[in-house]
Write a protein that binds this ligand. Structure first.
Ligand code: NDP
Length: 449
């Protein structure tokens, strides 16, 4: 049995009830064999066993009072996965599907993503099974305050710096920060994604969506291709999807779809980003509303989708940007994309493609940018927010955006060079995993047991 198989078998028996975590580990370990075979030190130091177990997992009760005066109880967690190369960093997710296994998958991915940015940040993730949908602002506020009543003990500007993720945007970060400040009587960059009025960074809101497009541009430039004038499909209709569409339109590409949990929009004239922002950021409505506002856009409710398929991946396109959630793109979807001429997939969401779909993308030879490389622009810009907070400065939008583009180009180069070094040119899954792994593993060895 190889070292990887041995560790994977043990994890499967220990954590059979955490399928997303096992999937994320399998994807990473599956591509580390070349580096593990060359370097006995990783096995000797039991690096895989240590890397797959969080340094610390904090779980807590979050009780809060709804508008009707009823007491509600949710579960909250923070998984502080690895701090070998810097303070823990990673978002908070509020969604009914959240459980410890989901947060472990996200925290594990975050270790390698953060390492790839070239910045000094460790990996973490947190969140709750709280469902923000249909809640009033006051209910969101009371939930966030209660969540922070526990979380504040474990975070700090040089300890652990959470940010947003699904269900956590500027509004939630504001409420969380307000409570943290009250509890600690301090004013530091303990959260990122803050409002610009109290220490937020310009371009942080846009960063993940813009970054995924910059990454796609870098992959395509290497193949003497570009996105200008090309049809693109985008899934999701949240923070990442909106700013992915905005950047695509700015560079002259044509994003024609967006999706949410209730349905899908196909707009052959190209997604109208201002309308999308009004529907999703202001009205917080379903995408059905977009079709009311944009004549010519077609709305399909999720109830009309065929079993096991998402119709967004049947829309012919040159490039696809999955930006909603994990496992939203399966093997049949990947095959449909490739059959219809798709030449580029850049992942905005975390682990949006199943293992089989990833394998299909890699073996087809299309430009495939895995999440931990392609969506690292958000966390990288969060680190830029931390840097601005630490020096009590704020940089212009253009300065931050320029640094973001540079970081995305560097991540691409790092992953592509590493893939070439290990004899698999173009395989960015292997390149990103090995490049992210080496830095963290070597830091762990240097720091001892
Ligand atoms: P948002 O909450 O802003 O948006 C999420 C979007 O995806 C919404 O349109 C939502 O639909 C849809 N969605 C969420 N869960 C499901 C589901 N189970 N089935 C169908 N649709 C779903 O989140 P973000 O845009 O911030 O995050 C999207 C993805 O990007 C996640 O995978 C996240 O981890 C990843 N990511 C985010 C970063 C960031 O900076 N925000 C950084 C790096 C990665 P609805 O509107 O109906 O809820």
């Amino acid at each position: 049995m190889t070292y990887t198989e041995e560790v994977m078998a043990k994890l499967k028996s220990q954590y059979s009830y955490e399928p997303e975590f096992l999937q994320a580990v399998q994807e990473v370990l599956g591509s580390l064999s070349p580096v593990l075979e060359k370097n006995e030190k990783y096995r000797k130091n039991r690096i895989l066993e240590r890397l797959t177990e969080p340094e610390r997992t904090i779980g807590f009760r979050v009780d809060w009072v709804d508008d009707a005066g009823n007491i509600q109880v949710n579960r909250g967690w923070r998984v502080q996965f690895n701090s070998a190369i810097g303070p823990y960093k990673g978002g908070l997710r509020l969604h009914p599907s959240v459980n410890l296994g989901v947060l472990k998958f996200l925290g594990f991915e975050q270790i390698f993503k953060n390492s790839l940015t070239g910045l000094a940040i460790g990996g973490a993730k947190g969140g709750s099974d709280f469902d923000p949908k249909g809640k009033s602002d006051m209910e969101i506020m009371r939930f966030c305050q209660s969540f922070m009543n526990e979380l504040f003990r474990y975070i700090g500007a040089t300890i652990d710096v959470p940010a947003g993720d699904i269900g956590v945007g500027g509004r939630e970060i504001g409420y969380l920060y307000g409570r943290w400040k009250k509890l600690t009587r301090s004013y530091e960059g303990v959260l990122t994604g803050k409002n610009i009025l109290f220490g937020g960074s310009l371009a942080r809101t846009e960063a993940t969506g813009y970054g995924v497009v910059y990454f796609a541009q870098a992959m395509l430039a290497d193949r003497k291709e570009n996105l200008a004038g090309k049809t693109c499909v985008v899934s999701g209709a949240g923070n990442v999807a909106i700013y992915c569409c905005q950047k695509l339109r700015q560079i002259g590409a044509l994003p024609v779809t967006v999706t949410d949990s209730r349905g899908m929009i196909v707009d052959p004239d190209g997604i109208n980003v201002e309308v999308l922002q009004k529907v999703k950021e202001v009205e917080r409505a379903s995408l059905a509303r977009y079709a009311e506002l944009v004549p010519g856009a077609k709305y399909t409710p999720a109830s009309a989708y065929a079993e096991g398929r998402h119709p967004v991946w049947d829309v012919p396109c040159f490039a696809a940007f999955p930006c909603a959630t994990q496992n939203e793109l399966n093997l049949a979807d990947a095959q449909a994309l490739i059959k219809n001429g798709c030449k580029c997939v850049a992942e905005g969401a975390n682990m949006p493609s199943t293992l089989e779909a990833v394998h299909d993308f890699v073996s087809s030879g299309i430009a495939y940018g895995p999440a931990k490389a392609a969506n690292a622009g958000g966390v990288a810009t969060s680190q830029l927010e931390m840097a601005q907070n630490a020096e009590m400065q704020s940089w212009t939008f253009e300065e931050v955006d320029k640094k973001l583009k540079q970081i995305m180009d560097n991540i691409y180069k790092n992953a592509a060079d590493t893939a070439r070094e290990f004899g698999r040119p173009g395989n960015l899954v292997m390149g990103a995993n090995i490049a992210g792994f080496r830095k963290v593993a070597d830091a762990m060895i240097a720091q001892g047991i």
